[in-house]
Design a protein around this ligand. Structure first.
Ligand code: ADP
Length: 479
């Protein structure tokens, strides 16, 4: 593997943090320290913003084809280094190698998609409705962007922001999560090799995200904040962004319902539910959090799903045959365990799992709970772990009511062979995305995002680009 950078990337070069502090990055499957990474200070954060501000005008005025070509070369480089990126991701985050390769494919798509979008930024020319005068609308990049990404998809969460921001002509300061910065740092090195001019992208890993971020967000030269992470942190960042009237894109928490109707194709529903629940060890904002299963199919569904759960192979992500890795840290294991214990105390039936795995690292056994009772914390909390929570329902109306009974609205999954029921669900479920007879919705070509407390804005598709563009309207007299 090429050397993995561990510094800050500011103004086109790698450097240590001012003061020289570093922090450790650990392998969650063993607890071993993998590397030490530069710990950016607030001064480093402002130096990164200085570089982004200095590069903004030049980058905004490059030919769209040039921006497109850089992104396309980055896409090619990501694929050339698929094995390295996947190995890094598995080491620092824990997911099985096959899933890490899946993330390289998915994350890379945002570079390709937005390299294609970069040359299709349009405008408008119209006659005033009164017939006199002409209006011209042009699109400009919003300006320097601060991007904060989470640890669970260290490649894709970065490309989902960098692709559209760079395509639009924005410069960026990126802060990766301190738990998984290595994949992102390697990606940044690939973007450098792809020909990104100095200062266009700057990266500042830091253990103290709050101290680093506050001065950047308060700086009047910053024009946009884009964040993926938890709803409480997103809400705190929105308050800070309000003081500076920043544009924001917020991809926040989820509490995804997964509805299985009596008329579902059982095998298809079970296979898709396994993906919706256990992909990324359940550590995804899109993970199915609450299973609602109609009474007529519930026994068969639970039995078939439990059989599939029994086939999962828990282990280090680097080991052959592993299909379920460790959780990210002890806190995540405690959280999953606490939610399971609470649900069982309130009357849920533990079908399988329900305990930590006795081996080094932060593992929790894949778990199925049936008959989860109203009032259980697991119904209102994002589990972020390999735990299936099943509640039974009788009618379509009841299923929809249960699904919508949450402050979140990122994604929903539904399994039915009745097309018109599918249409009703699409119109009535309070969600930004719906997987209809499928367990994975993420796709660079479509708008990813949520309603309610799950966030603001969309990533992917042409909508993702809009988030980094603003309109300027010019009124002119008759020609
Ligand atoms: P998670 O629970 O998935 O770790 P968080 O919302 O805590 O989600 O973290 C997502 C990202 O936000 C990470 O990069 C983290 O370092 C960063 N972060 C956490 N708290 C703050 C904060 N107060 N200000 C800015 N960034 C933060």
């Amino acid at each position: 593997m090429d050397a993995v950078p561990t510094g800050l990337f500011i103004g086109g070069s790698w450097r240590p943090a001012s003061g020289g502090a570093t922090f450790p990055v650990r392998d969650p499957s063993t607890g071993a320290v993998l590397a030490r990474v530069a710990d950016a200070t607030p001064e480093d954060g402002i130096a990164a913003l200085d570089a982004a501000v200095a590069a903004q005008e030049g980058w905004a005025s490059t030919a769209p084809r040039e921006r497109s070509d850089v992104l396309r070369r980055a896409f090619d480089l990501v694929h050339e280094h698929e094995d390295d990126l996947a190995a890094l991701m598995t080491l620092e985050m824990g997911k099985p190698l096959a899933e890490s390769r899946g993330e390289v494919a998915y994350g890379g798509e945002f570079l390709r998609w937005f390299s294609e979008e970069a040359v299709r930024i349009g405008g408008d020319y119209r006659t005033n409705p009164e017939g006199t005068g002409r209006g011209i609308v042009l699109r400009r990049p919003v300006g320097p962007v601060y991007a904060i990404t989470p640890w669970n998809f260290p490649l894709a969460m970065a490309t989902r922001k960098l692709g559209p921001a760079l395509a639009a002509g924005c410069t960026v300061v990126l802060k990766p999560a301190d738990l998984t910065p290595l994949t992102t740092l390697f990606l940044v090195e690939l973007l450098r090799r792809a020909g990104l001019p100095d200062g266009v992208l700057n990266v500042v890993p830091s253990r103290d995200a709050k101290a680093l971020s506050e001065p950047i967000i308060a700086d009047h030269r910053l024009r946009k904040l884009t964040f993926t992470g938890s709803t409480p942190v997103g809400s705190a960042l929105l308050k800070q962004a309000a003081d500076n009237v920043l544009r924001t894109s917020m991809e926040l928490g989820g509490n995804a319902p997964l509805l299985v109707f009596d008329d579902a194709d059982l095998d298809e529903a079970v296979a898709a539910a396994m993906q919706a629940k256990f992909r990324n060890v359940g550590e995804a904002c899109t993970a199915a959090n609450r299973f609602f299963v109609q009474e007529g199919i519930a026994d068969a569904f639970t039995a078939a799903l439990t059989a599939k759960v029994g086939e999962l192979r828990v282990g280090r992500g680097t080991e052959d045959g592993t299909t379920l890795g460790p959780l990210i840290d002890d806190r995540a294991v405690d959280k999953a365990a606490g939610l399971v214990d609470d649900a069982v105390e309130r009357g849920a039936r533990l079908v399988t799992g329900g305990q930590r795995v006795d081996r080094p690292g932060t593992f929790y056994a894949p778990t199925v709970l049936d008959d989860v009772q109203p009032g259980s914390d697991i119904l209102t909390t994002e589990i972020f772990g390999p735990v299936v929570s099943i509640t039974r329902f009788a009618t379509e109306d009841e299923g929809i009511r249960l699904a919508n009974d949450t402050e979140y609205g990122l994604v929903a999954y539904a399994f039915t062979t009745d097309f018109r029921r599918g249409q009703r669900l699409a119109e009535r479920l309070e969600t930004g995305m719906l997987g209809l007879n499928t367990g994975v919705v993420s796709n660079a070509a479509f708008p990813f995002g949520g309603v309610k407390s799950s966030g603001l804005g969309r990533e992917g598709s042409h909508e993702g680009l809009e988030e980094y563009l603003e309109s300027v309207y010019v009124l002119t007299p008759d020609p």
